[in-house]
Design a protein around this ligand. Structure first.
Ligand code: GLP
Length: 271
């Protein structure tokens, strides 16, 4: 696992946006096959999307040959609700870049048959040859997408009941009113995320420090579903200084030393 500790959010966002652009370009120089991205919502990726939009507007990248799959969506709120993940993605990314509409895939939380919706989402991922790079964030309890503690570590896309912790954490987006937060969601599974050829997880802020400690210094554990990252061949955590507060001083030093040795700060992972 690669752990990149950035001095600030700004630096993290820049590095990650450039990393994504570099990966898209590299793949597209090799073949016409569309590059497939898995994408999260939440405050963690907001700055990365802002940087990607900047790079697009500066003519550094086109998303015409990119396909996206979002991680999750609430059940039962309209797509145009300001807190729906459909709305979030349009607002922060899709409305500002040249990605064709038909290349965007977000789970439909209002589908008549939610089970069928999840199954067809998985099939669509397979049909495009799998996800090249899955970008993710985590909840304070270490959940990835909406794979709450004790989710099966080989789970696939499905309907999930949200825990009180998650509902409480996300109530900040619903006027701090817990009763307004949807209680169920559709989410890719841990297994779905693990199938991606590369995984990059953003972990920012002191609130996520305990989760980061679990993922980096403890073992794989279904109570911290993001810890599955340890079993991925090409897994990276992009974190900031604040989130490292619960790590041992020696652990932080170890990962900082490795990165300082990377020539010209080029990614060690190059698949
Ligand atoms: C929700 C989403 C996750 C996201 C998490 C953290 O629970 N389902 O995909 O990673 O929130 O959000 P934030 O980045 O706002 O802390």
């Amino acid at each position: 696992m690669r752990i990149l500790i950035h001095k600030s959010s700004k630096k993290l966002n820049k590095w990650l946006a450039h990393h994504i652009v570099r990966k898209i370009k590299k793949a597209q120089n090799k073949s016409d096959k569309p590059y497939v991205l898995g994408l999260p919502t939440g405050s963690s990726p907001e700055g990365v999307y802002k940087e990607l939009v900047k790079l697009y507007k500066a003519g550094k990248i086109s998303f015409k040959n990119v396909i996206t799959f979002n991680m999750d969506e609430y059940v039962g709120i309209p797509e145009d609700h300001p807190q729906s993940y459909h709305y979030f993605m349009k607002y922060h990314l899709f409305d500002h870049i040249d990605i064709p509409k038909e290349n965007i895939h977000i789970l439909d939380g209002n589908a008549k048959d939610l089970k069928e919706e999840c199954k067809s989402f998985e099939n669509k991922i397979v049909a495009v040859g799998g996800i090249d790079l899955f970008l993710g964030g985590i909840g304070p309890d270490g959940h990835i997408a909406f794979n709450e503690p004790a989710s099966s570590l080989s789970s696939r896309t499905r309907v999930k009941t949200l825990t009180y912790d998650t509902i409480e954490a996300n109530s900040r987006f619903f006027d701090n009113d817990i009763s307004k937060v949807p209680t169920t969601a559709l989410t890719v599974g841990v297994g779905t995320v693990m199938d991606a050829r590369e995984l990059v997880i953003i972990i920012k802020g002191y609130k996520k420090a305990r989760a980061l400690q679990k993922v980096v210094e403890d073992g794989v554990n279904h109570m911290w579903t993001v810890s599955m990252l340890q079993l991925h061949r090409y897994g990276t955590i992009c974190c900031d200084d604040d989130s490292t507060m619960e790590l041992k001083v020696g652990t932080v030093k170890y990962f900082k030393d490795i990165e300082a040795k990377a020539i010209n700060n080029l990614p060690v992972i190059d698949i």
